[in-house]
Ligand binder design. Sequence first.
Ligand SMILES: C[S@@+](CC[C@H](N)C(=O)[O-])C[C@H]1O[C@@H](n2cnc3c(N)ncnc32)[C@H](O)[C@@H]1O
Length: 330
Amino acid sequence: MAASRLSHALTSGALSLPDAGVIALFNAKGDSDLAALPEGRLVAIERHYPEVAALRARGIATAPAPEGPIAAALVFLPRARAEAEALLAEALAATDGPVIVDGQKTDGIDTMLKAVKARAEVRGVTAKAHGKCFEIAPGTDLSDWRAGAPAPNADGFLTLPGVFSADGIDPASRLLAAHLPETLTGRAADLGAGWGYLSSELARREGLTELHLVEADAHALDCARANLDDPRARFHWADARDWRDDAPFDLVVCNPPFHSGRAADPALGRAFIAAAARLLAPSGRLYLVANRQLPYETTLEQYFARVESLGGDARFKLFVAQRPTRRPRA
Ligand SMILES: C[S@@+](CC[C@H](N)C(=O)[O-])C[C@H]1O[C@@H](n2cnc3c(N)ncnc32)[C@H](O)[C@@H]1O
């Protein structure tokens, strides 16, 4: 939908891109339709590792931050307002050329257009397919929208807008932390570590020798680095579903993601359970929390010979799973 709008705006001449030079894409997704854009001149600035992998698989160059001269930028509007503002400011700072913004109504494009219009010259507004795209005139300064450094949330942890549970500790993770044994030893991994809450709880256990935080969102991992000043901590910007390490783990903790974009996707959580089974030593244990409605029991039983419920509350359920197997039982 978004792509047909952008293609329409570019092919109709409502919006245009310079004939030469690099075009930076902010928040492009692995499945974004980029057909109307000049192949070979695109570089995607992307913080989510699975998207980086998907964009690279399509032959699109990626970078964690803009580098060198950029002729124009294209921002695919995210839903979180602070994150959207920060991306626009980053795109405007990266180029002296046009910055095109494309977004769905449901992601707040109308509010954003109004906010930008109040501060800058806007051209080529094109409405189509439940959204809009428009160009912000070159030279516009929205630097006061730039993301700041990680700042303390309600629970005193450092976070950035747009990361999971930025405002405070996630209640499911808090519940899991309350059920972790006081004595834990060996090598631990936190899959989908976010800004590091569960890992910070693990770090209180002196018996743990290594603490590996695996997280797809580079911003969340930056926050985790700021929250965890512990020599045992190792930070991995990676897709937990296929992340590997040289040695097996004694412990995995996980509050798995269950959304791909906006859609609920229990397959993500199932893939995290399979990854935990693959990473654990035969004597290792997985501690997992999930929303009550998520159907993980069968997957846990396929990948672990022993699965125990640790109870939970009205919203969340807790499990400890032992004796992992790499190949799922039928
Ligand atoms: C439910 S949150 C839990 C975050 C953190 N453990 C906490 O307790 O606050 C799930 C986390 O998984 C991350 N995530 C999503 N997909 C991922 C993937 N494929 N690989 C690694 N992390 C992923 C999200 O960015 C998010 O930080």
